[in-house]
Structures are given as structure tokens and as C-alpha cells.
Design a protein around this ligand. Structure first.
Ligand SMILES: Nc1ncnc2c1ncn2[C@@H]1O[C@H](COP(=O)(O)OP(=O)(O)OP(=O)(O)O)[C@@H](O)[C@H]1O
Ligand SMILES: [Mg+2]
Length: 343
């Protein structure tokens, strides 16, 4: 397997990462799993439905919250900045973050928005197999109020004072990264703060950052078909051309992630192809992107070369894809264990 980093250097960088002062601004979300034991279900008298008797409830941080957990696992000085609604989901999300040892001081609580949440009813029957029902999503579809935006801006400014790294997780159409907040992020990036961005639909609006789109996000930002950069349609030359096009459009560097094909970094006029760790199935790729973003960005902030940061991102996301049925994060020990088993 191709490894661009030796063990001594990997250990030194993981030590360095621990001391990075990192901030993440983004759309925090609560993931809720309700496990129903359908063997206990009795036909309702009032409706022609079998209810879902919930016997177990699990909660974790999703979207930007998952990226936050991933960062906090690797570095000691980490602050998430974002918006939380004053509702039961907000209270649960704050609790989940606190339990992970994450500061909630820079999260702004507001009354006029719902806390983003994905609630997943999971059915179990006689076998151990679990089936997911349609999700119940909580999302605000109106823009952030001016008051909330101002409060968030203040938190962003405070949190980034003396920071080494700013990560951005811009996930929802009407999320917390408003045009004004994005303008401030671009300004901080221009001022020299290392800024790494993951954005579901607006990656093309950032400037002077390092952008981390996946193949679909990159294709969309360039006005191409969703599958234009897929394995079937794009060779290495096409992937490189897309990275350059996005970079030129945004005055930014680009780290284009490609699932099990690894990633392609275009930075300072140079290409750095990064291979994914070769793993055997089964996989659970949910959260792999957050894990890559966190480890890659922290490694750069700790002084890693592009190829070294890419190797650390691949290792961390490799740990994550082997954690089944959970978004998953990668600790220093898990990263080192995967490195050792892969060599
Ligand atoms: N099957 C796999 N085997 C090994 N590594 C993988 C696999 N899938 C993903 N990865 C690693 O995770 C990184 C990020 O994956 P991907 O490009 O799918 O991100 P993403 O689409 O942003 O993910 P997400 O769905 O979490 O947003 C890849 O560059 C690769 O290093
Ligand atoms: Mg992603």
C-alpha cells in the first residue's frame, strides 16, 4: 500500500495536532435513532397501523456536529461555533457535545429556529437485522434573523482570535452560514487564517480557502452533470481538470475527495494524488467525509506537507468506514493501529 508518511513522522504530527487551536463553524445537527421492537407491536384500535414500540434511543451529533466530534477527538483546544434552537433537540445536542468534552460556549441559542435533527425510526423483528423507516427531519427553511446572525458573527470573531485553523461545515440551504457569515469567513481566510471548507451546495462561493468537495459537490459547483466525475466517466486527467477549474473559480486550493478512489489535492499549482486505504468490506461510509476533513485540516495546521496531511486524512477516514452503523470518528490510537496493520 502506498504510504507517504513514516511512523515517526506520523506520531510527531499527531502530537502536533493535539496542540492545534482549532475552530469549526457550521450547521450542527442531532442524529436520533429510535429502535422499535416490532415483535411487541399490537395493531392500533384507532388506526389501521402497527405502532413502533421504541425500546432503545440513541443520540449523536450529526452534520457539522459530527465534524466537531471528529476534531475534538484529535485536538485539545477546539471550539465549535453555530446555532442551536431552544427546543428538546437543542437541549439533547448540547448534552451530547458536553458528554464528548466539547465546549458549547460559542453556540448561539435562538428561539425562532428549530434545532436541525435527523430522527431515524429503526425496526427490529425476529432477526437481528434492522430496517430504517423514512427519516423525520427538523430543519429551518427561513434565513437566520439579523440578531442571530450578529450574535454568531461575534462568536466567530471571538473564537478565531489566535486560532491556527478554521473549518467550515456548510450543510443546509438556510443554515447558519449566511452570505454575511461567509463574507467574514472569506475575509479571515484572506487575512491568512488556514480555512478548510466542506459545503453541500455552496462550495463555489468561498474564496482563499482550501475547499473539500466530494465528486458530486465539485461537479455541481462547475455546472457539470452530477456523475461527470464518477469512476465511469472521469479519468485522472478529468479529475485534475475539475480541481483546477474549481480552484481558479474560487482563488482557493482544492482537495477533491473521491470515496475509495482517494482524493486529489491541487494546491500552489501542484497536484498531490492521495490514495485511500485498501480495506475489505463491509464498509459504512457515512461520516467518512467529516473524518477526512478534520484529520486533513488539523494535520495541515500542525505543519504537515500536503501529501502527509492527505495520508493522515486517508487513515482517519479509513478508521471511520470500518465502524459500521455509526457516523464514527478516529482517535490517535485508532489511526496508528490502522497504519500498523496496513504496513
Ligand atoms: N470504501 C472506502 N475505503 C477506504 N477509504 C474510503 C472509502 N470510502 C471513503 N474513504 C475515504 O474517505 C474519504 C472521504 O470520502 P468521500 O469522498 O466519500 O467523502 P464525502 O462524500 O464527503 O463523505 P460524506 O458522505 O461523509 O459527506 C476518501 O477520500 C477516502 O480517503
Ligand atoms: Mg461530504
Amino acid at each position: 500500500m502506498e504510504q507517504r508518511i513514516d511512523r515517526k513522522r506520523l506520531t510527531a504530527l499527531l502530537d502536533g495536532i493535539q496542540g492545534v487551536k482549532a475552530v469549526l463553524i457550521g450547521d450542527m445537527c442531532l442524529d436520533v435513532y429510535w429502535f422499535a421492537d416490532m415483535t411487541q407491536s399490537v395493531l392500533s384500535r384507532e388506526t389501521p397501523h402497527f405502532p413502533l414500540p421504541v425500546v432503545e434511543e440513541k443520540m449523536s451529533a450529526g452534520a457539522g456536529g459530527n465534524a466537531a466530534v471528529n476534531m475534538s477527538v484529535l485536538c485539545d483546544s477546539f471550539l465549535p461555533v453555530g446555532i442551536v434552537g431552544r427546543d428538546w433537540r437543542g437541549a439533547c445536542l448540547l448534552e451530547v457535545l458536553k458528554k464528548q468534552g466539547i465546549s458549547t460556549e460559542y453556540l448561539v441559542e435562538v428561539d425562532d429556529r428549530v434545532t436541525n435533527a435527523y430522527c431515524k425510526p429503526m425496526r427490529r423483528g425476529f432477526s437481528a437485522e434492522v430496517m430504517e423507516d423514512p427519516r423525520l427531519d427538523f430543519e429551518s427553511f427561513t434565513p437566520l434573523s439579523k440578531e442571530a446572525e450578529d450574535a454568531l458573527l461575534e462568536k466567530l470573531n471571538e473564537a478565531t482570535k489566535g486560532a491556527d485553523l478554521l473549518c467550515v461545515s456548510d450543510q443546509f440551504a438556510s443554515g447558519c452560514i449566511t452570505p454575511k457569515i461567509r463574507e467574514r469567513i472569506n475575509e479571515l481566510a484572506k487575512g491568512g487564517l488556514l480555512t478548510v471548507v466542506d459545503s453541500r451546495s455552496k462550495i463555489g462561493l468561498y474564496r482563499n480557502c482550501i475547499l473539500k468537495p466530494n465528486e458530486i459537490e465539485c461537479a455541481r459547483a462547475l455546472g457539470m452533470a452530477d456523475d461527470a466525475l464518477s469512476r465511469e466517466r472521469a479519468d485522472e486527467a478529468a479529475i485534475k481538470a475539475a480541481a483546477v477549474a474549481l480552484s481558479e473559480k474560487t482563488d482557493s486550493s482544492v482537495c477533491l475527495t473521491l470515496g475509495d478512489r482517494g482524493s486529489m489535492v491541487y494546491r500552489g499549482g501542484d497536484f498531490t494524488p492521495i490514495s485511500a486505504i485498501k480495506l475489505s468490506p463491509p464498509f459504512d461510509i457515512v461520516g467518512a467525509g467529516d473524518c477526512f476533513l478534520s484529520a486533513f485540516s488539523l494535520a495541515l495546521a500542525a505543519g504537515a506537507e500536503t501529501a502527509e496531511a492527505g495520508a493522515i486524512g486517508s487513515l482517519a477516514s479509513g478508521v471511520c468506514v470500518k465502524k459500521l452503523h455509526t457516523t464514527g470518528s478516529a482517535s490517535r490510537e485508532e489511526i496508528l493501529a490502522l497504519y500498523d496493520s496496513a504496513n
